[in-house]
Design a binder for this molecule. Structure first.
Ligand SMILES: [Zn+2]
Length: 203
């Protein structure tokens, strides 16, 4: 039998926290201790917020994002450009693009990328819903921007989607690859530099 330091309620809290991304067992114990010390200000409100979220979170049936309403806040926002649809792998990528604030558009969340080695095929992702969404927009969607990660799986997925959309007469674009803002050439890897040369643009 393993030696226990605390009661089962605390052990369970630590075990659950340790399953969060970026938290190992050690940082989970620190987080649990912090929550316990701040029981009134933090632990109780966090528990209530988690219970509320678990109760109210829905998957948007249009774009596949998460929100507390269906259609989600973004799909229901009439001020967004109806002509552009940005395809992302995950909700985290959608949130990152929203934080960047570069375009006011709508999104489509794939829920992952094609990965034959992990057994992820087209039917495991929201690709069919994307194709029918573009087709059913009857020309309203004019451009699909594939904002997938610059990984082999991401790019394979982008090519597959471009093929699926080819007959719909919609413009399909992808994000530029290259030098990050504030980046110094000397510190970049060869793959990034080669991609930057290929996707150069006119000044
Ligand atoms: Zn939505």
């Amino acid at each position: 039998m393993t030696k226990r330091t605390a009661g089962p309620e605390i052990e369970r809290l630590i075990q659950l926290l340790a399953r969060l991304p970026g938290l190992g067992p050690r940082s989970a114990r620190r987080a649990a201790l912090h929550l316990i010390k701040k029981r009134e200000q933090l632990l109780a409100p966090l528990a209530a917020a988690a219970a509320d979220a678990a109760e109210t979170v829905k998957i948007c049936s249009t774009c596949g994002s998460v929100d507390t309403s269906d259609p989600c806040t973004i799909c229901a926002d009439s001020r967004r450009d109806p002509h552009m649809l940005v395809v992302v792998e995950d909700v985290g990528d959608l949130w990152a693009l929203e934080r960047a604030g570069a375009i006011a558009c709508r999104y489509h969340v794939l829920g992952g990328v094609l990965s034959p080695l992990d057994g992820v095929g087209p039917s495991d992702l929201n690709i069919a819903t994307l194709v029918s969404r573009v087709a059913e927009s009857k020309g309203a969607v004019r451009e699909v921007i594939l904002a997938v990660n610059a990984t082999v799986e991401g790019q394979t997925t982008a090519h597959y989607i471009a093929e699926q959309l080819a007959e719909l007469g919609v413009k399909v674009t992808r994000l530029a690859h290259g030098v990050p803002v504030g980046g110094e050439l000397d510190y970049l890897d060869e793959g990034t530099l080669a991609a930057a040369i290929k996707s150069r643009s006119l000044l």
